[in-house]
Every structure is written in C-alpha cells, then in structure tokens.
Design a protein. Structure first.
Length: 138
C-alpha cells in the first residue's frame, strides 16, 4: 500500500506534536484501524486549528461549504475505520455522500483540502473543512 496521501494529510493538517504518532498508526497495517478509531474520537485535538476553514455539525448544509464543493471536483481518497469506506477513491461529491452514510469517522482527502466527519455520537457529529487555500467564510 502507498501511504503518500496519509503522509501529506498528516504533514499538512495535523498539529506538529501529534503528527508522528498518527502517521505511524495510519501507515502500520496492524495499527491502522486503531489510529483511525483514535482519530475519530480526538479529531479536534489532533487537527491544526490554523487549517480549519469551516466547522460545525451542520457543515455539509452550510451555503459556503456547498459553494466550496461546487468549486472542487477532485478525486478524493477516503479514510475510515469502516472497512467498506476505507481506501476508496471517489469524486468529492460521492465521497461526501459516503461520509454521510457512514456512522464511523470519515476523512476525505483532496488535492488541497480535507473534510473530516467525526463519529456519529449522541448529540451530533463534528465536521471540519481543512484547507491549504484561503477561503472566504460567509
């Protein structure tokens, strides 16, 4: 398995002090599920706050996010503890649909952005748009 996408994700969107451990877990086959599971429970603590462009439980229904989706037609890599979703390569819109259908956490990694859907929990599900680009927030 080629782990370049996981490495780029960690280097770009994860807090510097948390990168090595998460990257080790994501790129070690026996640790991958545990790493993804840990990520889904600690996403907010692991993400670099400077890269969070938008967030909220209703992120996927926000007009600014919908505009972002329309303007980005990347083929995205999907990471998830849910085995049926992990490792998929899908168009961005299809990856979002996959994330909505999963009860576990889902990371969607595009060329210059990532979207994180936390695990479905009582009371909601954290969602984050991470970006290398500057995006106007409306």
């Amino acid at each position: 398995m080629d782990y370049n996408i996981e490495r780029r994700f960690a280097q770009t969107f994860i807090r510097k002090e948390k990168r090595d451990r998460l990257l080790y877990e994501l790129t070690t086959p026996k640790k991958r599920y545990a790493g993804l599971d840990r990520f889904c429970h600690q996403a907010e603590d692991l993400l670099d706050p400077a890269k969070i462009t938008m967030s909220g439980e209703d992120l996927d229904r926000a007009p600014a996010f919908e505009e972002f989706v329309r303007s980005h037609d990347d083929i995205c890599y999907v990471l998830s503890p849910e085995l049926g979703a992990d490792g998929l390569l899908l168009p961005f819109k299809d990856a979002l649909q996959q994330a909505v259908m999963c009860f576990d956490a889902v990371l969607i990694i595009g060329s210059t952005f990532a979207v994180v859907f936390g695990e479905v929990m009582k009371g909601g599900r954290g969602k984050y748009l991470l970006s290398e680009e500057r995006i106007s927030r409306r």
